[in-house]
Design a protein around this ligand. Structure first.
Ligand code: MN
Length: 464
């Protein structure tokens, strides 16, 4: 399992006995946090007393693939000039934990030895100064380490650090290019690689067609019967469903072979495929692969990263598209969906497997999973390329029950209310240049996304 390194700042000024006490307290705190942590471990990596020691430790941390970030706490005063060289090298997210080994002051016992040993109030200010002076993005968590809210904040950061690590190695497979003439799904792939770590590779759809042709009848039957256990078959056109089953097997094999965690398709580029991949994409989404339709690689990558951040939390995180509105005065709602590809983790009802004609693309009627969406507070997030950099836009929304059934709508759908109200929320989204493709998440919050943007030096717009 991935871990965060716990470092304690100190110096030689206080003598050997004090340093032993610093180390013992640090081990105790790191072990407490390790037990309380979800999503990553916390491992104590030493008391830092000199610049050389900090540089050597940071080099180890940078080169350790399992280490997602660093937690630093200064038990005593730790003169911050000795942190400069190490901090200049640090390539991983930093959490500054401002805590103490003791909760209460020992009023009867307190003397100068206690004061010299327990001076985080003093030492952490010196450390924070150099972080601010050097412009280092970090999360500052303040409070006694056993407090529930302190642990909660650390856990949120562990999710962020894990997502940062995941993003820095993310590979996205693009089947075909972006949809013709569409602007917002474009973007600077080189800049995304430099800034976010996203490697975006192009493949012709013919490569996937070959993979589909190689799927055996036996493995198709196995996935078909497994799929029928999870979802309700609501069609006589079993052949169309089995076609999507083959796509799902081929897609997964193709992606896994080279370690792709996200992918895109484009309905304008389906040569040799009989259907637009619908249910196939939904089956992969359910297993955590990021997806973007119409060649939208930015949203595919963002979806995969957000799924990783939300991995150990309650809630759903999925690709979405603002499709159409209910503009009834006072209860304005967005209907979010896609042509086919809505993630079944968003389902409030048991998804039904259905086959219906598709008006665009000129292919055979594709199988898809159809369901009504879940309810709850959520965020809708997109990332656009403004021409001078990336902008992450995050709107707070509330997923609601659809007011009436939609018996003729042949796709999965989710409905939501925009915060603070329809007019202001939508106007802000439009003026920020927000996209129609988003990732909707009931597991993540605007502050998660703000921290993600800050770590990557990306502009952040918060609507709510
Ligand atoms: Mn779309």
């Amino acid at each position: 399992m991935k871990y965060a390194a716990f470092l304690t700042g100190s110096q030689y000024l206080y003598g050997g006995e004090a340093l032993e006490a610093v180390a013992a307290d640090s081990v105790r705190i790191a072990e407490y946090l390790d037990k309380a942590a979800c999503g990553a471990r916390v491992k104590f990596k030493g008391v830092m007393k000199t610049s050389d020691e900090i540089v050597a430790t940071v080099k180890q941390i940078n080169s350790d693939d399992d280490c997602i970030g660093v937690i630093v706490w200064c038990h005593t005063f730790s003169p911050a000039k000795m942190w400069i060289n190490g901090l200049k090298l640090l390539q991983k997210p930093l959490l500054h934990l401002h805590t103490q080994a003791n909760r209460e002051l020992p009023y009867d016992e307190i003397d100068m030895d206690f004061m010299n040993l327990n001076q985080a109030a003093h030492g952490d200010r010196e450390f924070a100064y150099i972080l601010t002076r050097m412009g280092i993005v970090r999360k500052s968590v303040v409070g006694y380490y056993e407090e529930e809210d302190t642990v909660k904040e650390i856990n949120l950061w562990l999710d962020l650090a894990r997502a940062y690590d995941y993003s820095s190695k993310l590979k996205i497979c693009r089947f075909g290019d972006n949809m013709r003439d569409v602007a917002v799904t474009e973007g600077d792939k080189v800049e995304a690689h430099i800034r976010l770590g996203w490697q975006t590779d192009y493949y012709g759809i013919g490569d996937l067609k070959e993979e589909i042709a190689a799927v055996s009848g036996k493995e198709s039957e196995a996935l078909y019967s497994e799929t029928l256990k999870r979802y309700e078959l609501n069609t006589d056109n079993v052949a169309a469903v089995k076609e999507q089953i083959k796509y799902a097997i081929a897609l997964r094999r193709f992606l896994d072979r080279a370690g792709y965690k996200a992918f895109t398709t484009n309905f304008q580029d389906l040569h040799g495929l009989r259907q637009l991949p619908g249910m196939a994409v939904q089956l992969l989404m359910a297993d955590g692969y990021g997806f973007g339709a119409e060649g939208d690689w930015k949203i595919a990558a963002l979806g995969a990263v957000m799924r990783e951040m939300a991995k150990y939390r309650k809630g759903s995180t999925a690709f979405m598209e603002d499709y159409t509105y209910d503009l009834t005065h006072g209860r304005e709602l967005v209907l979010g969906a896609h042509m086919l590809e809505v993630c079944p983790t968003m389902a409030a009802t048991r998804p039904k497997i259905e086959v219906h004609p598709l008006g665009i693309g000129g292919k055979e009627p594709p199988a898809r999973l159809v369901f009504d969406g879940i309810c709850g507070d959520a965020v809708a997030v997109c990332m656009t390329d403004t021409g001078s950099g990336f902008r992450l836009i995050c709107a707070e929304i509330e997923l609601v029950k659809q007011p009436l059934p939609m018996p003729k709508l042949p796709v999965a759908r989710v409905m939501w209310r925009i915060k603070p109200d329809f007019k202001s929320g939508v106007r802000a989204w439009l003026e920020a240049g927000g996209a129609h493709h988003t990732v909707v998440s009931t597991a993540l919050t605007a502050s998660d996304m703000e921290a993600f943007a800050a770590l990557h030096g990306i502009e952040f717009v918060h609507i709510g």
